[in-house]
Design a protein around this ligand. Structure first.
Ligand SMILES: Nc1ncnc2c1ncn2[C@@H]1O[C@H](COP(=O)(O)OP(=O)(O)OP(=O)(O)O)[C@@H](O)[C@H]1O
Length: 390
């Protein structure tokens, strides 16, 4: 355990009956850190949060807070508070009684509860609403009451399970900034579960991307966004366009070979573990530029160029998104002006905005004529193929 570990999850395995959801998961969280668990529906993020909170018992592994093993402690002994997606407010209780509910359970005297409730109402901008019932509040206000009830008990760790998903888009943006600011102001350790990548990146110090019960990658928002470690993470972080290319790795450069629809280009390897052979290239729609086929592009920056035809365009607000057929693939690219359906175009993707990955061995079997590398690189490439296959 390193020194600044506050919450430690080690070797955590959780299942429901025969369904295995988490298998040997490890995660450490520092004091005051805000971590987002991000992943597609069913990947196990709620299960992880509920196991941390003590509502689900793991079949193996440890949950520890400040070195104290809480794995077998009931939820109310863990120093944590959970805010539910549904808010789970008591409909028959006023705002003030909802906020003070956890304190009452703890047996605090009435005067202390009233004082704390008033503090929380002021903290969350709920002054004047204490006598109302939840039904007489807006969605955003209800969400703040749920947050207030969690914070009232002064938890060491705040757990948030999709707390914004019942709010409409405009309120959602406002409340997510409020929660982010509040978390920083209070310095509380927090974990939020979300399937919304923008929400995760806007709120959290660290994003933990989950895939089928495993951690696919974790890091600062700009790290997982700009340096995805796998095709899955790249796609999840918005690089939905994928195509297969042949590449020759030479030192710090990946030489992408010319194909039936693309010209050759040199891409910086940028520390990625890549071997020569078939590559999956991924990029975001907004990374691509669309050029009419007759325009000569500025060649001062390296870019992958793909020849194709526009299939359709739709306005997203700010940009037009085009579907462009490149051979058998349809890729998406944005432009400030629409291109007509059928237009012959080139997509230009700057080399530094391409994410390259080696294809798994089975998928990497040559489907078309292999590359003809420069003579001096051929022996190295052959050696790498042997290594990759062994
Ligand atoms: N009580 C339960 N009994 C049986 N299976 C469950 C139970 N709760 C969750 N699961 C299953 O466990 C897996 C993980 O569910 P979990 O709710 O943790 O995923 P999630 O990533 O939070 O998904 P979502 O974003 O849809 O809430 C899913 O396949 C789900 O069907």
């Amino acid at each position: 355990m390193n020194d600044d570990t506050f919450l430690r999850i080690a070797g955590l395995s959780v299942g429901y009956g025969a369904t295995r959801v988490l298998e040997g998961l490890d995660l450490t969280i520092g004091k005051g850190e805000f971590v987002a668990l991000l992943g597609a529906s069913g990947c196990g993020k709620t299960t992880l949060l509920r196991t941390i909170a003590g509502f689900v018992a793991p079949s193996a592994g440890v949950v520890a807070v400040e070195g104290r093993d809480v794995t077998h402690q009931p939820p109310d002994r863990r120093g944590m508070a959970l805010v539910f997606q549904s808010y789970a407010l008591w409909p028959h209780m006023t705002v003030a009684r909802n906020i003070g509910y956890g304190l009452k359970l703890k047996g605090l005297p009435r005067a202390s509860i009233d004082r704390r409730v008033a503090e929380i109402e002021a903290l969350l901008g709920l002054e004047g609403l204490g006598a109302r019932k939840p039904a007489a509040l807006s969605g955003g206000q209800r969400q703040r009451v749920a947050l207030g009830r969690a914070l009232a008990v002064d938890p060491q760790i705040l757990l948030l399970d999709e707390p914004l998903s019942n709010l409409d888009a405009r309120i959602r943006l406002k409340v997510r900034h409020e929660i982010g600011a509040l978390q920083k102001r209070l310095g509380i350790t927090a974990i939020i579960v979300t399937h919304d990548r923008e929400e995760a990146m806007a709120m959290a110090d660290r994003v933990v991307i989950m895939d089928a019960g495993r951690i696919a990658q974790q890091g600062a928002p700009e790290e997982v966004y700009n340096r995805p470690a796998s095709p899955f993470v790249a796609a999840f972080m918005g690089a939905e366009n994928a195509l297969t290319l042949d590449g020759l790795v030479s030192g710090g450069t990946v030489h992408v070979a010319a194909g039936s629809h693309n010209a050759t280009v040199a891409v910086a390897r940028a520390g990625r573990a890549l071997a020569s052979g078939r590559l999956e290239a991924r990029f975001r729609s907004e990374a691509a530029e669309i050029l009419p086929s007759y325009v000569i592009a500025d060649q001062t920056t390296a870019a992958l160029e793909l020849a194709g035809n526009v299939e359709a365009a739709s306005y997203l607000g700010g940009a037009w998104r085009h579907s462009v057929r490149i051979g058998n693939e349809v890729l998406f690219a944005d432009a400030p002006h629409p291109f007509a359906a059928g237009a012959t175009v080139r997509l230009r993707i700057p080399a530094d905005r391409l994410f390259l990955f080696n294809l798994p061995a089975a998928a990497a079997a040559p489907a078309r004529a292999p590359l003809s590398p420069p003579a001096d690189l051929a022996p190295r490439m052959a050696a790498e193929r042997v290594l990759a296959a062994s």
